[in-house]
Design a binder for this molecule. Sequence first.
Ligand SMILES: *Cc1c(COP(=O)(O)O)cnc(C)c1O
Length: 441
Amino acid sequence: MEWPEAKLARLVKVLGAISQDGLSISGVPIAEITRRVSTPCYVYSGEAIIAQIQRVASVLGPETSLYYSLKANPSLGVCQLIARQGVGAEVASIGELLLAQRAGFPASRTLFAGPGKTDAELGAAVSLGIQAINVESLGEIERLADIASAAGKRAALGLRVNPLKHVKGAYMRMGGGPQQFGIDEEQIPEAIRLAKKSAWLHVVGIHVYGGTQIFDVDGLLAHCAHVVETASDVATQVGQPLEFIDFGGGFGVPYFEDLPELDLDAFAEGYRGVVQSCRKHTMLERARPVIELGRYLVAEAGIYATRVVDIKHSRGKTFVVTDGGMNHHITATGNFGQVLRKAYPIAVLDRWSSRVEERTTIVGPCCTPLDTLAQNLPFPHVSPGDVIGVFMSGAYGYSASSLAFLSHPTPAEVLVYGGKMHTLREAGKPDDVLANQNPLW
Ligand SMILES: *Cc1c(COP(=O)(O)O)cnc(C)c1O
Protein backbone atom coordinates (compact mmCIF):
# COMPACT_ATOMS: atom_id res chain seq x y z
CA MET A 1 0.00 0.00 0.00
CA GLU A 2 1.34 3.40 -0.93
CA TRP A 3 1.36 6.19 1.59
CA PRO A 4 -0.77 9.04 0.20
CA GLU A 5 0.85 12.46 -0.15
CA ALA A 6 -1.84 14.19 1.91
CA LYS A 7 -1.27 11.95 4.90
CA LEU A 8 2.49 12.42 4.70
CA ALA A 9 2.02 16.18 4.37
CA ARG A 10 0.01 16.18 7.60
CA LEU A 11 2.86 14.44 9.43
CA VAL A 12 5.39 16.89 8.02
CA LYS A 13 3.27 19.74 9.33
CA VAL A 14 3.12 18.15 12.79
CA LEU A 15 6.92 18.01 12.92
CA GLY A 16 7.87 21.20 11.12
CA ALA A 17 7.98 22.04 7.45
CA ILE A 18 9.59 21.35 4.09
CA SER A 19 11.82 24.06 2.66
CA GLN A 20 14.68 24.15 0.17
CA ASP A 21 16.83 22.56 2.92
CA GLY A 22 14.44 19.62 2.98
CA LEU A 23 12.52 18.58 6.07
CA SER A 24 13.06 20.67 9.16
CA ILE A 25 11.93 19.68 12.64
CA SER A 26 10.71 22.65 14.68
CA GLY A 27 12.81 24.91 12.46
CA VAL A 28 16.06 22.90 12.42
CA PRO A 29 16.85 21.10 9.14
CA ILE A 30 17.10 17.35 9.60
CA ALA A 31 20.24 17.43 7.42
CA GLU A 32 21.94 19.56 10.05
CA ILE A 33 20.85 17.21 12.82
CA THR A 34 22.07 14.07 11.05
CA ARG A 35 25.38 15.82 10.34
CA ARG A 36 25.87 16.71 13.98
CA VAL A 37 24.75 13.52 15.72
CA SER A 38 25.21 11.08 12.83
CA THR A 39 22.75 8.36 11.91
CA PRO A 40 20.80 6.44 12.90
CA CYS A 41 18.99 8.72 15.33
CA TYR A 42 15.59 9.58 16.70
CA VAL A 43 14.49 13.20 16.43
CA TYR A 44 11.55 14.58 18.37
CA SER A 45 9.83 17.94 18.06
CA GLY A 46 9.19 19.53 21.45
CA GLU A 47 6.68 21.90 19.91
CA ALA A 48 4.76 18.98 18.39
CA ILE A 49 4.54 17.20 21.75
CA ILE A 50 3.33 20.36 23.49
CA ALA A 51 0.79 21.12 20.76
CA GLN A 52 -0.67 17.63 21.03
CA ILE A 53 -0.89 17.81 24.84
CA GLN A 54 -2.66 21.16 24.59
CA ARG A 55 -5.05 19.86 21.97
CA VAL A 56 -5.99 16.81 24.04
CA ALA A 57 -6.22 18.78 27.30
CA SER A 58 -8.52 21.37 25.76
CA VAL A 59 -10.74 18.70 24.24
CA LEU A 60 -11.02 16.77 27.53
CA GLY A 61 -11.78 19.93 29.50
CA PRO A 62 -10.41 21.32 32.77
CA GLU A 63 -12.15 18.76 34.98
CA THR A 64 -10.12 15.87 33.56
CA SER A 65 -6.48 15.22 34.39
CA LEU A 66 -4.28 14.03 31.58
CA TYR A 67 -1.55 11.52 32.45
CA TYR A 68 1.42 10.38 30.39
CA SER A 69 2.29 6.67 30.20
CA LEU A 70 6.06 6.77 30.33
CA LYS A 71 6.41 3.42 28.60
CA ALA A 72 5.62 5.06 25.24
CA ASN A 73 8.80 7.16 25.38
CA PRO A 74 10.78 7.16 28.61
CA SER A 75 13.53 9.47 27.38
CA LEU A 76 14.26 11.78 30.33
CA GLY A 77 14.17 15.02 28.33
CA VAL A 78 10.86 14.08 26.72
CA CYS A 79 9.44 13.28 30.17
CA GLN A 80 10.71 16.61 31.53
CA LEU A 81 9.05 18.50 28.72
CA ILE A 82 5.76 16.67 29.34
CA ALA A 83 5.91 17.10 33.13
CA ARG A 84 6.34 20.84 32.61
CA GLN A 85 2.96 20.94 30.85
CA GLY A 86 1.20 19.92 34.07
CA VAL A 87 0.52 16.36 32.93
CA GLY A 88 0.57 13.50 35.50
CA ALA A 89 2.60 10.29 35.21
CA GLU A 90 1.49 6.70 34.75
CA VAL A 91 4.40 4.39 35.52
CA ALA A 92 4.80 0.63 35.53
CA SER A 93 8.24 -0.12 37.00
CA ILE A 94 10.72 1.21 39.53
CA GLY A 95 12.74 2.64 36.64
CA GLU A 96 9.76 4.58 35.30
CA LEU A 97 8.98 5.74 38.85
CA LEU A 98 12.51 7.10 39.23
CA LEU A 99 12.37 8.71 35.79
CA ALA A 100 9.04 10.35 36.62
CA GLN A 101 10.51 11.75 39.82
CA ARG A 102 13.62 13.04 38.09
CA ALA A 103 11.53 14.51 35.25
CA GLY A 104 9.52 16.56 37.72
CA PHE A 105 6.17 14.77 37.82
CA PRO A 106 4.81 15.32 41.35
CA ALA A 107 4.39 12.16 43.47
CA SER A 108 0.86 13.37 44.16
CA ARG A 109 0.11 13.00 40.44
CA THR A 110 1.86 9.69 39.83
CA LEU A 111 -0.01 6.42 39.38
CA PHE A 112 1.82 3.09 39.47
CA ALA A 113 0.14 0.27 37.54
CA GLY A 114 1.41 -2.94 35.98
CA PRO A 115 1.54 -6.62 36.86
CA GLY A 116 4.43 -8.12 38.81
CA LYS A 117 5.33 -5.16 41.01
CA THR A 118 7.99 -6.53 43.34
CA ASP A 119 8.08 -5.86 47.08
CA ALA A 120 10.93 -3.41 46.44
CA GLU A 121 8.85 -1.53 43.87
CA LEU A 122 5.80 -1.41 46.13
CA GLY A 123 8.04 -0.27 49.00
CA ALA A 124 9.49 2.58 46.94
CA ALA A 125 6.02 3.72 45.89
CA VAL A 126 4.76 3.58 49.49
CA SER A 127 7.68 5.57 50.82
CA LEU A 128 7.29 8.23 48.10
CA GLY A 129 3.61 8.48 48.99
CA ILE A 130 2.47 8.56 45.35
CA GLN A 131 -1.11 9.34 44.39
CA ALA A 132 -2.05 5.65 44.08
CA ILE A 133 -0.71 2.20 43.47
CA ASN A 134 -3.07 0.57 41.01
CA VAL A 135 -3.18 -3.05 42.13
CA GLU A 136 -3.51 -5.83 39.60
CA SER A 137 -4.41 -8.84 41.77
CA LEU A 138 -5.73 -9.93 45.15
CA GLY A 139 -2.26 -11.13 46.08
CA GLU A 140 -0.82 -7.70 45.38
CA ILE A 141 -3.31 -6.12 47.81
CA GLU A 142 -2.11 -8.46 50.57
CA ARG A 143 1.55 -7.76 49.83
CA LEU A 144 0.92 -4.03 49.70
CA ALA A 145 -0.85 -4.18 53.07
CA ASP A 146 2.16 -5.95 54.62
CA ILE A 147 4.63 -3.51 53.07
CA ALA A 148 2.67 -0.41 54.14
CA SER A 149 2.28 -1.78 57.64
CA ALA A 150 5.99 -2.60 57.92
CA ALA A 151 6.83 0.92 56.69
CA GLY A 152 4.31 2.45 59.07
CA LYS A 153 2.89 4.46 56.18
CA ARG A 154 -0.61 4.48 54.74
CA ALA A 155 -0.77 3.60 51.07
CA ALA A 156 -3.31 4.92 48.59
CA LEU A 157 -4.70 2.08 46.51
CA GLY A 158 -6.31 2.21 43.10
CA LEU A 159 -8.23 -0.88 42.02
CA ARG A 160 -7.36 -1.81 38.49
CA VAL A 161 -10.45 -3.58 37.25
CA ASN A 162 -10.58 -6.10 34.46
CA PRO A 163 -14.05 -5.57 33.01
CA LEU A 164 -16.26 -8.42 31.93
CA LYS A 165 -16.37 -7.16 28.37
CA HIS A 166 -13.78 -6.10 25.83
CA VAL A 167 -13.61 -2.54 24.58
CA LYS A 168 -15.17 -2.58 21.14
CA GLY A 169 -12.61 -1.85 18.44
CA ALA A 170 -9.35 -2.13 20.41
CA TYR A 171 -6.57 -3.52 18.21
CA MET A 172 -4.64 -4.76 21.25
CA ARG A 173 -6.87 -5.94 24.08
CA MET A 174 -5.79 -5.56 27.66
CA GLY A 175 -9.14 -5.89 29.38
CA GLY A 176 -12.08 -8.29 29.22
CA GLY A 177 -11.90 -12.09 29.49
CA PRO A 178 -9.08 -13.67 31.50
CA GLN A 179 -6.16 -11.20 31.84
CA GLN A 180 -2.90 -10.73 33.69
CA PHE A 181 -4.06 -7.11 34.02
CA GLY A 182 -6.49 -5.93 36.66
CA ILE A 183 -8.78 -7.65 39.11
CA ASP A 184 -11.78 -9.34 37.53
CA GLU A 185 -14.94 -7.30 37.96
CA GLU A 186 -16.60 -10.15 39.80
CA GLN A 187 -13.74 -10.26 42.34
CA ILE A 188 -14.16 -6.62 43.35
CA PRO A 189 -16.06 -7.37 46.57
CA GLU A 190 -13.26 -9.71 47.63
CA ALA A 191 -10.61 -7.10 46.73
CA ILE A 192 -12.38 -4.43 48.75
CA ARG A 193 -12.78 -6.78 51.71
CA LEU A 194 -9.01 -7.44 51.64
CA ALA A 195 -8.17 -3.75 51.37
CA LYS A 196 -10.51 -2.81 54.21
CA LYS A 197 -8.97 -5.46 56.46
CA SER A 198 -5.77 -3.39 56.60
CA ALA A 199 -5.65 -0.10 58.44
CA TRP A 200 -2.71 0.83 56.18
CA LEU A 201 -4.64 0.82 52.92
CA HIS A 202 -7.27 3.16 51.62
CA VAL A 203 -9.01 2.73 48.30
CA VAL A 204 -8.90 6.08 46.50
CA GLY A 205 -9.74 5.29 42.92
CA ILE A 206 -10.27 2.84 40.12
CA HIS A 207 -8.43 2.21 36.89
CA VAL A 208 -9.77 0.41 33.84
CA TYR A 209 -7.51 0.15 30.82
CA GLY A 210 -9.23 -1.75 28.06
CA GLY A 211 -6.55 -1.83 25.40
CA THR A 212 -4.92 0.31 22.81
CA GLN A 213 -5.07 1.50 19.21
CA ILE A 214 -8.76 2.31 19.59
CA PHE A 215 -10.41 4.35 16.81
CA ASP A 216 -14.01 3.45 17.60
CA VAL A 217 -15.44 6.46 19.46
CA ASP A 218 -18.67 4.67 20.41
CA GLY A 219 -16.67 1.75 21.79
CA LEU A 220 -14.52 4.13 23.86
CA LEU A 221 -17.54 5.97 25.20
CA ALA A 222 -19.36 2.73 26.09
CA HIS A 223 -16.20 1.73 27.95
CA CYS A 224 -16.15 5.04 29.86
CA ALA A 225 -19.84 4.75 30.78
CA HIS A 226 -19.20 1.27 32.14
CA VAL A 227 -16.24 2.56 34.17
CA VAL A 228 -18.50 5.15 35.84
CA GLU A 229 -20.92 2.39 36.87
CA THR A 230 -18.07 0.27 38.20
CA ALA A 231 -16.62 3.25 40.08
CA SER A 232 -19.99 3.90 41.69
CA ASP A 233 -20.22 0.25 42.83
CA VAL A 234 -16.67 0.38 44.18
CA ALA A 235 -17.28 3.61 46.10
CA THR A 236 -20.46 2.21 47.63
CA GLN A 237 -18.71 -0.95 48.74
CA VAL A 238 -15.74 0.99 50.09
CA GLY A 239 -18.11 3.34 51.88
CA GLN A 240 -15.98 6.35 50.94
CA PRO A 241 -16.02 8.76 47.99
CA LEU A 242 -13.37 8.10 45.35
CA GLU A 243 -10.64 10.61 44.53
CA PHE A 244 -10.07 9.54 40.93
CA ILE A 245 -11.55 7.51 38.10
CA ASP A 246 -8.91 6.46 35.59
CA PHE A 247 -10.67 5.61 32.33
CA GLY A 248 -7.47 4.35 30.72
CA GLY A 249 -6.99 5.71 27.23
CA GLY A 250 -5.81 3.71 24.27
CA PHE A 251 -6.41 6.47 21.72
CA GLY A 252 -5.30 5.14 18.36
CA VAL A 253 -2.59 6.54 16.12
CA PRO A 254 -3.00 5.94 12.36
CA TYR A 255 0.36 4.30 11.63
CA PHE A 256 -0.91 2.74 8.45
CA GLU A 257 -2.39 4.22 5.38
CA ASP A 258 -5.77 2.52 5.86
CA LEU A 259 -6.24 3.55 9.49
CA PRO A 260 -8.47 6.55 10.23
CA GLU A 261 -7.62 9.36 12.59
CA LEU A 262 -9.43 9.12 15.92
CA ASP A 263 -12.27 11.63 15.89
CA LEU A 264 -11.23 13.48 19.05
CA ASP A 265 -14.03 16.03 18.83
CA ALA A 266 -16.67 13.33 18.59
CA PHE A 267 -15.11 11.64 21.61
CA ALA A 268 -15.06 14.93 23.51
CA GLU A 269 -18.74 15.47 22.92
CA GLY A 270 -19.73 12.11 24.36
CA TYR A 271 -17.09 12.30 27.05
CA ARG A 272 -18.59 15.46 28.53
CA GLY A 273 -21.74 13.45 29.20
CA VAL A 274 -19.64 10.76 30.89
CA VAL A 275 -18.06 13.32 33.22
CA GLN A 276 -21.47 14.79 34.00
CA SER A 277 -22.84 11.35 34.81
CA CYS A 278 -20.10 10.98 37.50
CA ARG A 279 -21.54 14.01 39.24
CA LYS A 280 -24.89 12.27 39.60
CA HIS A 281 -23.37 9.73 41.98
CA THR A 282 -22.74 11.29 45.41
CA MET A 283 -19.72 9.05 45.98
CA LEU A 284 -18.15 10.23 42.72
CA GLU A 285 -19.01 13.90 42.94
CA ARG A 286 -15.46 14.94 43.67
CA ALA A 287 -13.66 12.15 41.84
CA ARG A 288 -11.22 13.45 39.27
CA PRO A 289 -11.53 11.83 35.84
CA VAL A 290 -8.17 10.68 34.47
CA ILE A 291 -7.22 9.83 30.89
CA GLU A 292 -3.80 8.21 30.48
CA LEU A 293 -2.15 8.31 27.08
CA GLY A 294 1.17 7.16 25.75
CA ARG A 295 1.52 7.01 21.98
CA TYR A 296 -1.23 9.53 21.27
CA LEU A 297 0.86 12.28 22.87
CA VAL A 298 4.23 11.48 21.33
CA ALA A 299 4.09 9.12 18.34
CA GLU A 300 3.63 11.73 15.62
CA ALA A 301 6.20 14.05 17.20
CA GLY A 302 9.11 11.76 16.34
CA ILE A 303 11.01 10.59 13.31
CA TYR A 304 13.69 7.91 13.01
CA ALA A 305 16.44 8.83 10.58
CA THR A 306 18.63 6.15 9.05
CA ARG A 307 21.19 6.42 6.27
CA VAL A 308 21.40 4.37 3.11
CA VAL A 309 24.54 2.22 3.11
CA ASP A 310 24.03 0.06 0.08
CA ILE A 311 21.75 -0.47 -2.89
CA LYS A 312 21.49 -3.84 -4.47
CA HIS A 313 19.51 -5.38 -7.23
CA SER A 314 18.52 -8.97 -6.85
CA ARG A 315 16.56 -10.78 -9.52
CA GLY A 316 14.51 -7.79 -10.53
CA LYS A 317 14.02 -6.38 -7.04
CA THR A 318 15.74 -3.28 -5.62
CA PHE A 319 16.92 -3.40 -2.03
CA VAL A 320 17.94 -0.27 -0.19
CA VAL A 321 20.00 -1.23 2.87
CA THR A 322 20.11 1.23 5.76
CA ASP A 323 22.35 1.59 8.81
CA GLY A 324 19.50 0.99 11.25
CA GLY A 325 16.35 -1.08 11.34
CA MET A 326 14.49 -3.39 13.68
CA ASN A 327 17.27 -3.31 16.27
CA HIS A 328 16.49 0.37 16.87
CA HIS A 329 12.88 0.53 15.80
CA ILE A 330 11.13 -2.76 16.17
CA THR A 331 7.61 -1.38 15.81
CA ALA A 332 8.31 0.15 12.40
CA THR A 333 9.24 -3.30 11.12
CA GLY A 334 5.97 -4.77 12.40
CA ASN A 335 7.63 -7.05 14.92
CA PHE A 336 6.09 -5.65 18.11
CA GLY A 337 3.07 -7.89 18.30
CA GLN A 338 1.35 -6.46 15.25
CA VAL A 339 -0.92 -8.88 13.47
CA LEU A 340 -0.39 -7.27 10.09
CA ARG A 341 3.01 -6.10 8.91
CA LYS A 342 2.62 -2.88 7.03
CA ALA A 343 5.00 -0.04 6.42
CA TYR A 344 5.03 3.04 8.60
CA PRO A 345 5.04 6.29 6.63
CA ILE A 346 8.53 6.52 5.17
CA ALA A 347 10.21 9.06 2.92
CA VAL A 348 13.63 9.68 1.40
CA LEU A 349 14.37 12.93 3.20
CA ASP A 350 17.06 14.11 0.79
CA ARG A 351 14.84 13.68 -2.24
CA TRP A 352 11.63 15.21 -1.08
CA SER A 353 10.73 16.81 -4.37
CA SER A 354 11.90 13.95 -6.58
CA ARG A 355 9.50 11.94 -8.63
CA VAL A 356 8.66 8.42 -7.61
CA GLU A 357 10.68 6.16 -9.85
CA GLU A 358 10.83 2.61 -8.70
CA ARG A 359 9.44 0.00 -6.40
CA THR A 360 11.92 -0.42 -3.61
CA THR A 361 12.32 -2.61 -0.57
CA ILE A 362 14.01 -0.90 2.36
CA VAL A 363 15.77 -3.19 4.79
CA GLY A 364 17.90 -2.66 7.90
CA PRO A 365 21.29 -4.20 8.71
CA CYS A 366 20.07 -7.07 10.89
CA CYS A 367 20.57 -10.50 9.44
CA THR A 368 16.95 -11.57 9.34
CA PRO A 369 14.19 -11.03 6.78
CA LEU A 370 12.12 -9.57 9.65
CA ASP A 371 14.25 -6.43 9.35
CA THR A 372 12.19 -4.77 6.64
CA LEU A 373 10.97 -1.18 6.82
CA ALA A 374 9.17 -1.09 3.48
CA GLN A 375 8.29 -3.87 1.08
CA ASN A 376 8.08 -3.06 -2.64
CA LEU A 377 6.83 0.50 -2.25
CA PRO A 378 7.33 3.32 -4.75
CA PHE A 379 10.22 5.65 -3.88
CA PRO A 380 12.38 8.16 -5.75
CA HIS A 381 15.74 6.90 -6.95
CA VAL A 382 17.94 6.48 -3.85
CA SER A 383 21.74 6.67 -3.49
CA PRO A 384 24.06 5.59 -0.70
CA GLY A 385 24.35 8.42 1.81
CA ASP A 386 20.71 9.49 1.49
CA VAL A 387 18.73 9.70 4.70
CA ILE A 388 15.48 7.78 5.05
CA GLY A 389 12.95 9.06 7.58
CA VAL A 390 10.43 6.85 9.33
CA PHE A 391 7.56 9.01 10.57
CA MET A 392 5.38 8.37 13.63
CA SER A 393 8.41 7.19 15.55
CA GLY A 394 7.99 9.14 18.77
CA ALA A 395 6.50 6.19 20.66
CA TYR A 396 7.62 2.58 21.17
CA GLY A 397 10.83 3.19 19.27
CA TYR A 398 14.09 3.33 21.23
CA SER A 399 12.84 1.70 24.44
CA ALA A 400 10.67 -0.95 22.78
CA SER A 401 13.45 -2.25 20.55
CA SER A 402 15.97 -5.04 21.05
CA LEU A 403 18.88 -2.64 21.02
CA ALA A 404 21.46 -5.34 21.67
CA PHE A 405 20.36 -7.44 18.71
CA LEU A 406 23.22 -7.68 16.19
CA SER A 407 25.41 -5.53 18.51
CA HIS A 408 25.24 -2.32 16.52
CA PRO A 409 25.75 0.94 18.45
CA THR A 410 22.54 2.36 19.90
CA PRO A 411 21.01 5.43 18.22
CA ALA A 412 21.09 8.97 19.59
CA GLU A 413 17.91 10.73 20.65
CA VAL A 414 17.56 14.40 19.83
CA LEU A 415 14.86 16.84 20.88
CA VAL A 416 14.40 20.05 18.93
CA TYR A 417 12.76 22.64 21.12
CA GLY A 418 12.79 26.42 21.08
CA GLY A 419 14.81 26.41 17.85
CA LYS A 420 17.63 24.46 19.53
CA MET A 421 18.82 20.93 19.19
CA HIS A 422 19.20 19.01 22.48
CA THR A 423 20.94 15.65 22.45
CA LEU A 424 18.83 13.78 24.98
CA ARG A 425 20.78 10.59 24.66
CA GLU A 426 24.19 10.12 23.09
CA ALA A 427 24.63 7.48 20.42
CA GLY A 428 26.34 4.32 21.59
CA LYS A 429 29.88 3.41 20.55
CA PRO A 430 30.99 0.15 18.99
CA ASP A 431 32.84 -0.97 22.13
CA ASP A 432 29.77 -0.46 24.34
CA VAL A 433 29.04 -4.02 23.34
CA LEU A 434 31.66 -5.13 25.88
CA ALA A 435 30.22 -3.10 28.78
CA ASN A 436 28.87 -5.04 31.79
CA GLN A 437 30.22 -8.31 30.43
CA ASN A 438 32.54 -10.49 32.47
CA PRO A 439 34.94 -12.30 30.17
CA LEU A 440 35.29 -15.99 30.81
CA TRP A 441 39.09 -15.56 30.50
C1 LIG B 1 0.79 0.81 27.73
C2 LIG B 1 -0.21 1.43 28.60
C3 LIG B 1 -0.67 2.72 28.32
C4 LIG B 1 -0.24 3.50 27.12
O1 LIG B 1 -0.72 2.94 25.96
P1 LIG B 1 -0.71 3.77 24.59
O2 LIG B 1 -1.26 2.85 23.60
O3 LIG B 1 0.71 4.13 24.32
O4 LIG B 1 -1.53 5.00 24.83
C5 LIG B 1 -1.56 3.28 29.20
N1 LIG B 1 -2.00 2.60 30.29
C6 LIG B 1 -1.57 1.36 30.58
C7 LIG B 1 -2.08 0.71 31.79
C8 LIG B 1 -0.68 0.74 29.75
O5 LIG B 1 -0.26 -0.50 30.03
